[in-house]
Design a protein around this ligand. Structure first.
Ligand code: ADP
Ligand code: MG
Length: 568
């Protein structure tokens, strides 16, 4: 039953411009169809929506007597009074949608409830509402909107081209469809079908439509807190985008601007130390209706959450957890690992490995191999085959050729080790003979600013004269033990500032330190060293990328190889 809201309730409703562009019309009409329990929603648009928009649904319909009321401002069936504003569970609630559209366009509503034999139509335009007339039509509601802004031509000047306006509609509707897989959606523009999503449980076609082919590697998110439940799909680590536009957010089925939770996405992703990149995906939040206030924005594109901080925390944890498992799954798929380097030393199919184990492999070996191989009988073993150009480690698991960037891989390992040292307050190892170095005056300031973070990571550097410093202790268990490498402090300081936006101050220092204390490209590695490096990489939280976001591992599948040979 549709009724007029009382003045008190009307006074509490966030007022403002509802119909700004063709998309606003589509939004209002589709939300009405969803509130009417439709199972199929068909949207037709002509001329970018300025010529005509039609939204047809198979929902509950409107009884003829209510039709004129539906077009009146502040008439709604969704809330009865102001008290219900505090727990809205429908998309609409202000009774303004149809009236706002009729104010700026010619509207025809045709509706039929399930118990009626025939549909009823009603025209409205500006202040005028016509006479009810019977019309043939299926159960459900069809609203046709013509000549949008015909009576307010200045409005049209703010619009973009018809194709740009229809692109907005297409993007919005396809995105909305992500939250309603059980409902079929079709969009037609100028007689051509833009998409047709069948009703059902299968979200895959919709994910692919919105996020592209990389949607197939998205990982599921699920989390539960006292004030929110979250589920959804996010891109796996490394599959990310340079902007946030593909972060889709629904709160209780309402598609919102994603800024509300972009902090949660960013915080979750920062644990992976990916720089300047953003994950993409879709999150569905369910929050008790009385803890969400949708009445804060005229177009309902934003909401207020009573426990915003706690909701953000739940979302952040859920994303971080699935990114982490996504990363290790991907690695599992990418490679699995060789038997211990110790065994390699005796294996005669690895000719070079017979040499004395280097300091490196000893640093790697203790305790690190237990349980990683043979734990799962089916896991394929990755065999290190060779070093290529003294830069890449070539390996295979029998299915694919795997290449590992030795520098990037080592950087990732050291970066995570430093971070772990810092959070575990691990003691560093004092140097018997402190290493002394000098820097230029302009570098001294930058270095000074990092000393605390370095110490947290285990590298103790102290002043030793005006421009001189000395390193008194190095991070425990740092993996370059035994390899003497002149630590290029000047270069380290130089690099502190660049290329690592998105990391916090400490992480920035560690990334730079990691970068400067590891094997570089063009450095010869022995088999045990390579094996150990690859093995250590496996246990990283985000093994697929170095702290700067570059890949550490690439995989050339058999079918890709076959293509190279023109076999496919
Ligand atoms: P609101 O959605 O805020 O209630 P609207 O102006 O959009 O306001 O719609 C007014 C009323 O008309 C709704 O409350 C609903 O009862 C009815 N209505 C509108 N569209 C439909 C539809 N597609 N199917 C069934 N009822 C509808
Ligand atoms: Mg509405």
């Amino acid at each position: 039953m549709i009724r007029l809201l009382d003045p008190e309730t009307i006074g509490q409703i966030a007022a403002g411009e509802v119909i700004e562009r063709p998309l606003s019309v589509v939004k209002e009409l589709v939300e009405n169809a969803l509130d009417a329990d439709a199972t199929r929603i068909a949207v037709r648009v002509r001329g970018g929506g300025l010529a005509e928009i039609e939204v047809a649904d198979d929902g509950v319909g409107i009884v003829p007597g209510d039709l004129p009321l539906a077009l009146r401002r502040h008439a709604t069936s969704k809330i009865a009074d102001a008290s219900e504003l505090a727990r809205v569970d429908t998309l609409g609630f202000r009774g303004e949608g149809l009236a706002s559209i009729a104010a700026v366009a010619k509207v025809t509503i045709v509706s039929r409830t399930s118990d009626a034999d025939v549909a009823t139509a009603l025209d409205a335009h500006a202040e005028e509402i016509g006479e009810l007339r019977p019309l043939a039509g299926p159960p459900g509601t069809r609203v046709v909107v013509r000549d949008l802004f015909g009576n307010v031509p200045v409005r049209r000047e703010y619009l973009r081209s018809p194709s740009a306006e229809s692109a907005r509609i297409a993007a919005w509707l396809a995105t909305l469809a992500l939250a309603y897989p059980q409902i079929g959606f079709t969009l037609e523009h100028d007689g051509k079908t833009a998409f047709a999503f069948a009703p059902g449980d299968d979200l895959a076609p919709r994910l692919r439509h919105v996020f592209g082919t990389s949607s197939t590697t998205m990982v599921a998110v699920r989390g539960e807190g006292r004030h929110a439940g979250v589920s959804g799909w996010v891109s796996s680590p490394g599959d990310d985008r340079p902007d946030r536009r593909s972060q889709v957010l629904f709160v209780n089925g309402r598609l919102l601007r994603s800024t509300l939770l972009s902090g949660a996405w960013a915080a979750a992703y920062r644990t992976f130390a990916m720089v300047g990149r953003h994950p993409f995906g879709v999150l569905y939040l369910s929050i008790p209706p009385d803890e969400v206030d949708p009445n804060v924005h005229p177009t309902k594109s934003d909401v207020r959450l009573r426990h915003g901080d706690r909701v953000v925390a739940v979302v952040k944890d859920a994303i971080a957890t699935s990114l982490r498992s996504g990363a290790s799954e991907r690695l599992q798929r990418a490679i699995s690992f060789a038997p211990p380097a110790r065994e390699y030393a005796g294996a005669n199919d690895v000719p070079d490995a017979a040499g004395a184990p280097s300091a490196w492999s000893q640093t790697f070996v203790p305790g690190t191999f237990a349980g990683t191989s043979g734990e799962n009988g089916e896991r394929k073993t990755l065999r290190v085959l060779a070093q290529v150009d003294r830069t890449f480690i070539l390996a295979t698991d029998g299915d694919a050729v795997v290449l590992i960037d030795q520098h990037a891989a080592h950087e990732r390992i050291v970066f995570e080790q430093l971070a772990a040292n810092a959070s575990a307050h691990t003691a560093s190892e004092p140097l018997l003979v402190p290493y002394t170095f000098e820097v230029r005056p302009e570098e001294a300031d930058r270095l000074d600013a990092t000393l605390d973070a370095l110490a947290a990571g285990g590298l103790h550097v102290e002043h030793f004269g005006e421009r001189a410093y000395r390193v008194t202790a190095t991070p425990a268990r740092l993996v370059h033990a035994g390899r003497t490498r002149p630590f290029d402090v000047a270069d380290f300081v130089e690099c502190l500032g660049d290329d690592v936006r998105g990391l916090d101050a400490d992480q920035r220092v560690w990334a730079s330190l990691a970068c400067h204390s590891v094997v570089t490209a063009h450095e010869k590695l022995e088999y045990p060293e390579m094996t150990a490096l690859v093995e250590r990489l496996q246990r990283c939280e985000n093994p697929m990328h170095c702290p700067h976001g570059r890949p550490t591992i690439v995989r050339l599948e058999a079918d890709q190889i076959a293509k190279l040979f023109k076999r496919m």
